[in-house]
Design a protein around this ligand. Structure first.
Ligand SMILES: [Zn+2]
Length: 494
């Protein structure tokens, strides 16, 4: 595309004065959004599970030309949504070349550009911004100052340019003026000090900022968007009331409503397509991983206010695949098929993401995480095997059978042992396992059954991963259905 490089060229182009001089950034994103709705295009591709909740509210906020805030817990794609707003900006936006605040060539607000245009007229050089250039993001912390956000005197600039300190030419612009004609996103808004919030209120109220010690006003054109944790945001005194009052829309995000949506997000966000190895992640592994997050969000031992981020299942899945990769490399296997033992090996990607309540702290992060995995395995096992009689398999262990399934052991080594467990490999049909299945996949499925039985306390498993009869339980004669009851009573899932 041949973009005009001077003000004179710009006037005669599509970027005419008539079209551009009064068009604010909120008008621009509104117009582009309207065009997308008309054409039936997907508005925010890659944002899963919000089609009927967050997205319509977001669209309404943009159509209303509101500054808005997203309220939600950690890992609910808030930053992602804010960044996706750049897809509503024009592909190219002309500005006065060299201007730190990206002045509109027809209505410049800084002295430098006023002077430049007065001297060069139609020869004034023009440059262009891409949507990414026009997105500024700031994580609010209590130490953010007015200087960071709005600007300050720059004595070095003054000395170099031979300017008086009171001259506008000595201003060092902060983040907000630098976001002029773009989108400015502030994450965790309540962490901003009160007087900074007042500064923001000014720009929303008057549409301009004042830089300390300077007489100038800058009528900035910025779309302000925020994110916050709902508990912080609604807490009294965290947000100054006039600022809250100026935020047009308050949109609540949420965790995926269904396991299916969670799996879809995790699949999309995790680094799971890796070079070199034939990766086969069984469906039940995805379900177990996702269910850990769902169970954790309901668990009383885990702090509800900080939530359980979607990053948990994403990191767990990545670690699960890596542990399976490590096994495949060590044993010279071509197929990487994760097992339940790989989920237990992924503990380091769980513990750091759980904020524990007092009871959880007493038990310890590792114990809480292990219990979550075990519950998740039990629930997932029931999805496939609830109505299947596994008595034959349990009996093999009750009669003294033992087998060690180390997470590092190669599939071929283990398979022979697994075949000794009468009835086991015939029970794998609900997992979609065919008779001629790859060894790695077959072993993973058989191990899942044993882990499921262990999760329901029908068979035991030692620290060294030796499966054997559960000597404490002595539940051999009880039918499966009854055995499940105590587990349910102790820990309701919903
Ligand atoms: Zn300028």
């Amino acid at each position: 595309m041949n973009l005009p490089r001077t003000l004179g060229g710009l006037r005669k182009s599509n970027f005419s004065e008539q079209r551009l001089s009064t068009r604010k950034v909120k008008d621009e994103i509104r117009e582009n959004l309207m065009a997308k709705i008309r054409s039936g295009e997907v508005i925010f591709p890659g944002i899963v599970g919000y089609d009927d909740t967050v997205v319509p509210q977001l669209i309404n906020a943009v159509l209303s030309r509101h500054n808005f805030i997203l309220l939600g817990l950690r890992g609910q794609a808030k930053s992602r949504i804010l960044r996706a707003l750049t897809s509503l900006l024009d592909p190219q936006l002309p500005y006065v070349a060299g201007c730190e605040i990206h002045d509109n060539p027809y209505t410049p607000i800084c002295k430098r550009c006023h002077d430049l245009i007065a001297n060069n007229k139609d020869e004034t050089p023009i440059a262009y911004l891409t949507p990414n250039d026009r997105y500024v993001e700031k994580l609010a912390t209590p130490d953010v100052t007015i200087a960071d956000l709005i600007g300050d005197v720059d004595p070095i600039k003054a000395a170099r340019g031979g300017h008086d300190l009171s001259s506008e030419m000595t201003v060092h612009y902060g983040l907000l003026p630098r976001a002029n004609r773009g989108i400015f996103a502030i994450n965790e808004l309540p962490d901003l000090a009160g007087k900074i919030q007042v500064g923001l209120f000014n720009i929303m109220q008057e549409g301009d900022v004042q830089i300390k010690g300077y007489p100038l006003r800058l009528p900035l054109d910025v779309a302000l968007v925020f994110s916050a944790n709902p508990e912080d945001y609604t807490a009294r005194g965290k947000i100054v009331t006039p600022l809250k009052d100026r935020i047009g829309s308050e949109i609540r995000t949420h965790y995926p409503a269904t396991l299916e949506e969670g799996i879809e997000i995790t699949e999309q966000e995790s680094w799971a397509r890796r070079d070199g190895l034939d990766l086969h992640v069984p469906r039940y592994i995805r379900e177990v991983v996702e269910r850990i997050a769902f169970l954790a969000r309901e668990d009383k031992k885990i702090d509800k206010r900080s939530g359980v981020s979607q990053r948990l299942p994403i990191s767990v899945l990545e670690n699960v695949i890596s542990n399976a990769e490590r096994r495949a490399l060590r044993n010279d296997e071509k197929t990487v098929a994760p097992r339940i033992s790989d989920v237990y090996a992924a503990l380091p990607s769980i513990t750091g993401k759980l904020e524990l309540e007092y009871e959880g702290e007493m038990r310890g992060g590792d114990a809480v995480a292990r219990e979550l995995i075990r519950m998740s395995v039990a629930k997932t096992y029931d999805v496939y095997f609830k109505d299947l009689n596994m008595q034959q398999v349990v009996q093999w262990f009750d009669l003294g059978g033992e087998i060690r399934l180390a997470d590092t052991a190669g599939a071929r080594d283990i398979l022979e042992g697994l075949k000794n467990i009468q009835g086991l490999t015939e029970k794998l049909a609900p997992l979609g396992i065919k008779p001629k299945e790859k060894t790695e996949v077959l072993v993973s499925a058989a191990e899942f059954v044993l882990e499921g039985l262990h999760a329901h306390r029908r068979i035991g498993r030692s620290e060294e991963r030796v499966f054997a009869a559960d000597k404490q339980a002595k539940r051999v004669e009880k039918p499966f259905e009854q055995e499940e009851q105590p587990l349910r009573n102790r820990r309701p899932y919903n």
